[in-house]
Design a protein around this ligand. Structure first.
Ligand SMILES: *Cc1c(COP(=O)(O)O)cnc(C)c1O
Length: 234
């Protein structure tokens, strides 16, 4: 008999095209849950707190082909740890953070892929560039030649209708294309990380290359764990 996690993933594999990278967001879930998802073929896992991720990564050291994705807010003073422990950082949200990552990256054996977090809709609760701010900073970002910037990421504000959600995802895709058509030395615009458990079909429709799914794979995160997570990041 297969586990609930395996059943959830089997269902997802019927709706997520193979060209879209499915990132299993394992925050608040133990290494055993990650092993279950791994056993079904998942290799990409997302974590939003470095201090939670490191012991889990240590417990899973035998699974050498996991790609770890950092999806939480990254404070500048944790930049080195993020570079050391993740293959992807989805949440580079300011020029200052990008410059810090660029400064440290050459000191480390490998440098992760970076996505730029965009507030495609105004949202006082979220970090990231507005499209206009990003356009202003692109020139400077392009010169950070130790960074492998690969595309854009967004987290939508709560409470949008389906139509508004799809339009927001399409706007991020348009922004990616628009930036991708400009001439850059280092910057690449191949990837679009958008869509969570509640809206991933719309994200795929809007052009996502990566979707970040937690609850729909692992089940609801317990209130107490969520509170811990919130109180330690704010
Ligand atoms: C927690 C989280 C997810 C996953 O959310 P679910 O609703 O559990 O699918 C995706 N992206 C980010 C940035 C998150 O913090």
């Amino acid at each position: 008999m297969s586990s609930a996690i395996a059943q959830n993933l089997a269902r997802l594999h019927q709706t997520v095209p193979p060209s879209v990278r499915l990132i299993a967001v394992s925050k608040t879930f133990p290494p055993a849950a990650i092993r279950e998802a791994y056993a079904t073929g998942i290799r990409d896992f997302g974590e939003s707190r470095i201090q939670e991720a490191i012991p889990k990564q240590e417990a899973l050291q035998d699974l050498t082909d996991i790609q770890w994705h950092f999806i939480g807010h990254l404070q500048t003073n944790k930049a080195r740890k993020a570079l050391q422990h993740f293959h992807w950082i989805h949440t580079c949200d300011s020029l200052k953070l990008a410059q810090r990552l660029n400064q440290i990256a050459p000191e480390l054996p490998q440098s992760p892929q970076i996505l730029l977090q965009v507030k495609i809709r105004p949202d006082p609760d979220k970090y990231g560039w507005t499209p206009a701010q990003l356009q202003t900073d692109l020139e400077a970002l392009d010169h950070l030649n130790a960074l492998k910037i690969q595309g854009l990421m967004t987290i939508l504000p709560l409470g949008l209708t389906e139509a508004e959600t799809l339009k927001a995802f399409e706007d991020l895709q348009d922004l990616r294309e628009n930036i991708g058509q400009q001439t850059w030395v280092n910057l690449k615009m191949e990837e679009l990380s958008m869509g969570m458990s509640g809206d991933y079909p719309l994200a795929i429709q809007g052009g996502a290359t990566m979707i970040r799914l937690g609850r729909i794979i692992f089940g609801t995160r317990e209130a107490s764990q969520t509170e811990n997570r919130l109180s330690s990041t704010h």
